[in-house]
Design a protein around this ligand. Sequence first.
Ligand code: IPM
Ligand code: MG
Length: 360
Amino acid sequence: MEKKIAVIKGDGIGPEIVTEAMKALDAAAKKFSHSFSYTQLLMGGCSIDAYGVPLTDETIEVCKQSDAVLMGSIGGDTATSPWYKLPANLRPEAGLLGIRKALGLFANLRPCLLYPQLSSACPLKKEIADNGFDMLIMRELTGGLYFGARRTETVDGLETAVDTLIYNENEIRRIAVKAFEVARKRRHSVISVDKANVLDSSRLWRKIINEVSAEYPDVELKHMLVDNAAMQLVRDPAQFDVMVTENMFGDILSDEASMITGSIGMLPSASLNETKFGLYEPSGGSAPDIAGQDKANPIAAILSAAMLLRYSFDMTEEADAVENAVGKTLDEGYRTADIMSEGCKRVSCSEIGTLIAERI
Ligand code: IPM
Ligand code: MG
């Protein structure tokens, strides 16, 4: 098959890790006789430097004309980078939020699983780590607090800031459907996370999730309050199969979940719309402190490329080949610095990328 892939390497470690993900895609294309063409685009800080804005219409257009988007990471050090002296709507993150909205990518899938080879890197107690876990966080990505109206103003002489947490029933329904559908391909269990004991938006969330659940009698549904969910993730992560939650809760809980897998450098993500189109990026950030040193862990980017093959191109065997190559490379003891443990062989970002590509 011939496919067009838009590539946004972005800032920080983005360029290094995406280069390794492209090695994996090229290896899969070669093995399975496909042809992938890439168009490189700027977004985030590098787009600000080149064009004065974090996201251009052209970047959006080229993404729309592609079959999928592969992304690295955007942003810099918020304390020192000049990008953070700009108004909020011109900072790197505004580009990422903007592209998610412009492409209608409302469903963010973040699989979190503990590779048995990395269980010693898991910061949880040994008996919990030995039990393993394999969950998928389904985060709503284009609504809620991150997209509601916001302003800062003076009220009665006091500087006052407002952010709005807003959801309508359709926005909740479509993410619920995605969660139940994906649960059918996994262990048939959904835990919906909300704060229905306090928030109206969560009470609506719970009501709509219950309605959608009636269409999926084969999938078990439980509700969990977000504060409890934060605790359960470290107490007993194996209880989660599919977790579905709104934008901000998903942002926070997915970072927590990533940490218990050993390193945020291991976690891929897919952001999907109603069609096969998607944007694929590591769950982690741009790590400006280690950028350009060939030290970053590219596995999250490589696994994101595997998700791209699986979800946008329906290339199951190809995706399996990439994921198995990652497993094999870890089995052979190769590790980047973030997941290094005694007795393993420490390698750089580009070295582990090449090792994985060779094993595809
Ligand atoms: C993420 C990131 C982004 C988000 C930021 C960079 C806007 O934290 O993808 O989780 O909050 O969605
Ligand atoms: Mg985040």
